[in-house]
Design a protein around this ligand. Structure first.
Ligand SMILES: Nc1nc2c(ncn2[C@@H]2O[C@H](COP(=O)(O)O[C@H]3[C@@H](O)[C@H](n4cnc5c(=O)[nH]c(N)nc54)O[C@@H]3COP(=O)(O)O)[C@@H](O)[C@H]2O)c(=O)[nH]1
Length: 808
């Protein structure tokens, strides 16, 4: 390129300048460019001259160039401006352009400012980043130059204080934002920093311009000159309100967990061994381990020999599955003492849902467990002997039957009932009775194997289960041992007591579907043993079972009979021998069952006594008999007493006396026409009470006859105290009275004794003339028996009485 123009030095300047020179016409075409222009943009002058300057200007700035040209053409001033130029290789250069108008041309001087622009851009970006950091972290910067003495706040610091950007407070104004509590402290920090260069970093509470309380963290540092003089204090202010709230919440949580009565443990899920990273005070109290001892260890140090492996497995599975687990586990304190730990474990997840920890909440429930165990023990054991009770017996029986069935072994059930225990209890007192029961329990325990079950079934009844017997015969030895051991004397307060037992045995033959049947069977067999004379053992047989089934169905039929009044009263005359007159009748119940036909009272009365059905039956008999007696005595056939059998249960029932009174009132029968026949059995249970009750009845005017005399209790010493009118000699002594001198002796003895006690005697079961003749010879006056009349319905009795009346 050749220098244009004649102006020597200026041309040199044009040629050598580092700045870019260019001359363009008013249409923007390039007329002249200097070498620096060519060099920067990489175009030879030929390629540019005559071309629009837009060729070297970035498209984005074409509009700028056009605007500037237009202003220049209009004659307006144009200040220097910046545009982007593009080299021939498309490299971008920032140019600061200063145009001036010549004659028909525009002179342009341009300076390359690319580097400056880059620095400016960088600064701008940095500033933006600072702003982002400040806004994001709620942190701003400030400084105070010592010579100025006024704080300079960044926009974020202004924002934190609730003031507009650019706000410039004085030192006092800045401190006034702090709450009164914190003002002295920030001032002291600031002064110490200014005077001694001491840095500070603390949290303070401020009240913003718009009255918002905020927590801020303020850091201050001194900047010193080379002499060590503080020339500036600068630092940062950060809004930590949120963090402070979180911290407070955490503190609250921590304090709550610390003061919890439950032990709390946190373990780190990030380590395979799940080490403990936190343990609260309650954990220390419950386990006896300090935090220091526990931290870093896996919880398994709390386990011991008796810890159930299944529970541990359940825990591990829950942890592996990252799910919640609840177990009650046997743990051990530091002292080695075991305790029951009611433990809940829950996974703790982070924001991404990853399990980072497990938290365990534990509670020592040993006392509760012990209490429950005690309750369970009480519920399953007899308080007096400590033996299993019925409930536990049932469970053991079911288990035993199961095992016997599975392994084809034998299981024996022994039903043990003490013989004549009741009189001991009644006469010697409950204390002695209890002593015997406890002693029996001990003796049974001594005689049996640890895995046998001995249960107190009730009262003086014990049930023994002998599981896992190889042979049925093994039972015999056990039973014999028990009978022998129980029969040895019991020593109580220096005195000797003797008691025996009756034992019923039932074997599980594998066919039993309902284990409890075995107890019923053994019970039945025990009753058989009692009947066989006591202090013995009987085995259950199918025959016994048939009898039981029969009893059950009879009981049901009896119930129906009671409800549907299927009974009838028969009457058997009682004869006064010397006159031949009927002086009374005995009411005897009869039951005609629709299908069974006639059922003997000898069969159903004992059953009714066992089941309690005797009560409604007796009520019906008494009411009917009294009504009939009233009717008979109104017929003008003479005085006829009505003898009614009274069962022991009926007699012992509270209100018996009142019920007799009521029946007499309702029927209108005179009391002395009613004769109550009682067996010696009523005296068995409580003779004193029975005597009192008899006296009350006598007071009422009712007659009392002692039935079946000679067959029962037979304590003659009581007889003198009994307020009775009559003795009925049992028919078992009459059968052979003529031929058997022993029966005759008994009858004669009773007659003599009764005469001395001023008691009437009636002889039952007189069937033959010979018997009658013999008894008359013995001066016996009253008779009852088939020889005179069988029991008969009311209609027949009326005919009988009328007939008899005719013959008198
Ligand atoms: N609590 C109640 N018990 C009652 C009632 N009715 C009857 N019974 C008791 O049932 C047992 C059997 O009674 P039953 O079959 O009626 O037998 C009575 C007579 O029929 C029988 N008897 C009378 N004379 C003779 C005789 O010469 N020979 C002979 N083999 N048997 C005879 O004796 C029974 C009456 O006995 P007792 O009561 O001891 O006087 C029996 O125990 C009845 O007591 C009732 O309503 N309530």
């Amino acid at each position: 390129m050749t220098p244009a123009g004649p102006h020597g030095q200026l041309d040199q300047f044009f040629l050598l300048s580092h700045d870019l020179f260019c001359c363009i016409d008013l249409d923007g075409r390039m007329l002249q460019v200097n070498p620096a222009f060519e060099t920067l943009l990489g175009y030879p002058a030929d390629a540019l001259l005559g071309k629009p300057c837009g060729k070297v200007i970035d498209e984005r700035d074409h509009g700028v160039i056009e605007g500037v040209l237009a202003r220049i053409v209009e004659g307006r001033d144009v200040a220097a401006f910046e545009v982007r130029a593009r080299s021939v290789t498309r490299a971008l250069h920032w140019l600061e352009v200063d145009p001036s108008l010549g004659e028909g041309v525009v002179y342009v001087v341009a300076r390359v400012v690319t580097e400056r622009k880059r620095v400016e851009e960088h600064l701008k970006r940095t500033q933006q980043l600072f702003e982002i950091v400040g806004k994001t972290a709620l942190i701003g910067g400030w400084y105070v130059d010592m010579d100025e003495g006024k704080p300079i706040w960044s926009d974020e610091v202004c924002h934190i204080h609730g003031v507009a950007p650019g706000f410039q407070p004085t030192i006092d104004e800045a401190i006034a934002f702090y709450t009164p509590t914190y003002q002295p402290r920030i001032r002291a920090y600031f002064d110490a920093c200014c005077e001694h260069g001491i840095s500070f970093d603390d949290t303070f509470e401020i009240i913003t311009h718009d009255y918002q309380p905020l927590w801020v963290r303020v850091i201050g540092k001194a900047v010193c000159d080379s002499d060590g003089n503080v020339i500036r204090v600068q630092g940062s202010t950060q809004d930590i309100t949120q963090r402070k709230a979180t911290e407070r919440q955490l503190q609250l949580l921590e304090r709550s967990v610390e003061s919890s009565t439950n032990g709390v443990l946190i373990v780190d899920a990030g380590h395979d061994d799940l080490p403990i990273v936190y343990a609260n005070t309650a954990f220390e109290r419950i386990t006896g381990y300090s935090r220091q001892e526990a931290l870093g260890r896996n919880c398994r140090f709390l386990q011991g020999e008796d810890t159930d492996p299944n529970t541990v497995k359940q825990l591990r599975q829950g942890i592996a599955a990252e799910s919640e687990v609840h177990v009650v586990i046997r743990n051990y304190r530091r002292s080695g003492a075991p305790f029951w730990n009611d433990l809940y474990i829950s996974p703790v997840r982070d924001d991404l849902g990853q399990v980072t920890h497990f938290v365990g909440v534990q509670n020592d429930i040993s006392e509760q467990r012990e209490y429950q165990a005690q309750l369970a023990y009480n519920a399953s054991h007899d308080a007096l002997t400590g033996l299993p009770n019925r409930m536990l017996l049932t469970q053991r029986l079911e288990q035993g039957c199961l095992v016997a069935r599975r392994y084809q072994r034998h299981l024996a059930v022994l039903f043990i009932d003490l013989d004549d225990f009741k009189p001991i209890n009644d006469t010697l007192g409950h204390e002695v009775g209890d002593f015997i029961l406890v002693e029996v329990a001990k003796r049974l325990e001594d005689e049996l194997r640890p895995w046998d079950t001995i249960a107190r079934f009730g009262g003086d009844e014990f049930v023994v289960l002998l599981p896992d017997l190889a042979h049925e015969n093994d039972v015999i030895q056990v039973v014999e041992r028990i009978l022998k051991r129980l029969a040895t004397p019991y020593w109580q307060r220096g005195g000797e007591l003797r008691i025996t037992a009756s034992i019923g045995v039932a074997m599980n033959d594998g066919l039993i579907s309902e284990p409890l049947q075995l107890i019923q069977q053994a019970d039945l067999a025990m009753y058989k043993a009692k009947r066989r004379g006591r202090n013995t053992c009987q085995w259950y047989t199918d025959d016994l079972n048939r009898k039981v089934s029969e009893r059950v169905s009879l009981r049901n039929a009896l119930q129906q009979a009671i409800e549907q009044e299927e009974f009838e009263l028969y009457f058997q005359p009682q004869i006064h021998g010397p006159s031949g007159r009927v002086i009374g009748v005995e009411a005897l119940i009869r039951w005609q069952h629709p299908e069974r036909g006639f059922v003997s009272p000898g069969d159903f009365i004992p059953l009714a006594e066992d089941t309690g059905q005797i009560i409604p039956i007796s009520d019906w008999v008494l009411t009917t008999a009294c009504r009939v007696a009233k009717q008979l005595n109104g017929l003008g056939l003479g005085r006829i007493t009505m003898a009614v059998n009274v069962s022991p249960m009926q007699f012992q029932r509270p209100g018996f006396l009142a019920s007799i009174q009521l029946v007499l009132e309702e029927s209108g029968l005179a009391a002395d026409l009613l004769e109550l026949e009682l067996t010696e059995g009523v005296l068995m249970d409580s003779a004193e009470q029975a005597i009192q009750a008899l006296q009350d009845l006598r007071q009422l005017g009712v007659h009392i006859a002692m039935d079946d005399f000679g067959t029962g209790f037979s304590s003659l010493s009581y007889l003198k105290h009994l307020p009775i009118n009559k003795i009925k000699i049992d028919r078992s002594f009459i059968n052979d009275v003529v031929s058997d001198h022993r029966d005759a002796a008994i009858v004669e003895g009773v007659l003599t004794m009764a005469a001395k006690l001023d008691l009437d005697v009636l002889v039952e079961g007189v069937e033959t003339a010979a018997q009658y003749a013999y008894l008359r010879q013995q001066l016996c006056d009253y008779f009852q028996g088939f020889y005179f009349a069988r029991p008969m319905p009311l209609e027949a009795l009326l005919s009988f009485l009328c007939e008899q009346q005719r013959h008198l």
